[in-house]
Design a protein around this ligand. Structure first.
Ligand code: NAP
Length: 324
């Protein structure tokens, strides 16, 4: 569990009265948002991070991160998220555990509202990241949190010596499937094609792991169960044959969807819903920048999210200097 401290409340009265105006409001507490905060605070910008109710971004739900430079032995996702936060706070970022419900970018200072408070910022960095995509099959909603999950690090422990299914063939499916082998008796990866999308090093580890089994060319049509999950009904996409695979749990890793609902109609989004930002992380609205997975349909790596967060903060500094 990340140790996010509650921010001091002394300025809330000013906020409620609409008097306090931050130089920068960062929406999102993952690697992009917290890196932006580190850079902004070091530039002596008065910075508020609205980190959401479950802060830390995707790393907080990741077992081990082995490709973030500076950690030759790897680092747990939770530790890395905590280190980002510690560093941002060390330079003076105010981090609030609050979900943003709406924004108003129609005039400056911009308004960013949570349930209780409307914050004002001269600039905003949108770093809301992406959420796990759902399969959209019968049984998925019914059993979500009761046998269906998108977080092996949260729920894997409950499957000691059980059988679990992992759906997907990307880095998340294979990395988290490997993590699940620490608990489960068998991890069955169901993938819609006959080759994995995941990085080769993950593939090598997965194929060498005796607990991992692969079901190729197959999609999940329904999640079955009574009180909890008992199986999945699957269809082979080449033969059309249907069958049932018995399992105690289903972990779904079929990609991510950008968290951009609250920006629709204000920020330009592409057809997949990602914020459109240029190489300087500028959006269509001057003073509003975007960083991390919310604007990255391609790479979606922690190191790149952090990099774009740094760029966005440096651009904020430049933007504010030009305004003055
Ligand atoms: P992803 O790379 O988009 O992979 C999604 C997987 O789900 C693909 O194998 C895809 O199949 C499958 N899929 C998509 N829709 C499906 C559906 N409706 N039914 C069945 N299968 C479906 O997503 P991800 O694995 O979550 O990774 C997201 C990003 O994070 C990637 O850029 C990844 O590299 C990065 N990541 C990196 C690491 C790391 O340590 N380097 C770890 C985790 C994630 P197809 O292959 O047929 O398209």
């Amino acid at each position: 569990m990340l140790d996010f401290k509650l921010a001091p409340q002394e300025s809330d009265a000013h906020e409620k009265a609409g008097e306090r105006i931050y130089d920068l409001i960062v929406i999102g507490g993952g690697p992009a948002g917290l890196t932006a905060a580190i850079y902004a605070c070091r530039a002596r910008l008065d910075t508020l991070v609205l980190a959401g109710a479950l802060p830390g971004g995707q790393p907080a739900n990741t077992d081990m991160v082995e490709n973030y430079p500076g950690f030759p032995q790897g680092v747990t996702g939770a530790d890395l998220a905590q280190l980002f936060q510690d560093q941002a706070e060390r330079f003076g970022a105010r981090i609030e555990l609050d979900n943003v419900m709406s924004v108003d970018f129609s005039s400056r200072p911009f308004s960013v509202s949570t349930y209780g408070v409307t914050y004002k910022g001269r600039t905003v960095i949108v770093a809301t990241g992406a959420n796990p995509r759902r399969l959209g099959v019968p049984g998925e909603d019914k059993f979500y949190g009761r046998g269906v999950s998108a977080c092996a690090t949260c729920d894997g422990f409950f499957y000691q010596d059980r059988t679990v299914v992992v759906v997907g063939g990307g880095d998340s499916a294979i990395a988290e499937g490997l993590f699940l082998t620490k608990f489960a008796r068998e991890v069955i990866v169901i993938h819609r094609r006959d080759e994995l999308r995941a990085t080769k090093i993950f593939q090598e580890q997965a194929f060498a792991n005796p607990k991992m089994r692969f079901v190729w060319d197959t999609v999940v049509e329904e999640i079955l169960g009574d009180e909890t999950v008992t199986g999945v009904r699957v269809r082979n996409v080449k033969t059309g044959a249907e069958s049932v695979i018995e399992t105690d749990g289903v972990f779904i890793y079929v990609g991510m969807e950008p968290a951009t609902e609250i920006f629709a109609g204000q920020l330009e989004l592409n057809e997949q819903g990602y914020v459109i930002a240029d190489r300087r992380q500028r959006t269509n609205i001057p003073g509003v920048f975007a960083a991390g997975d919310v604007q990255d349909p391609y790479y979606r790596q922690i190191v790149i999210a952090a990099g774009t967060g740094a760029v966005a903060a440096m651009e904020v500094e430049k933007f504010l200097a030009e305004q003055e």
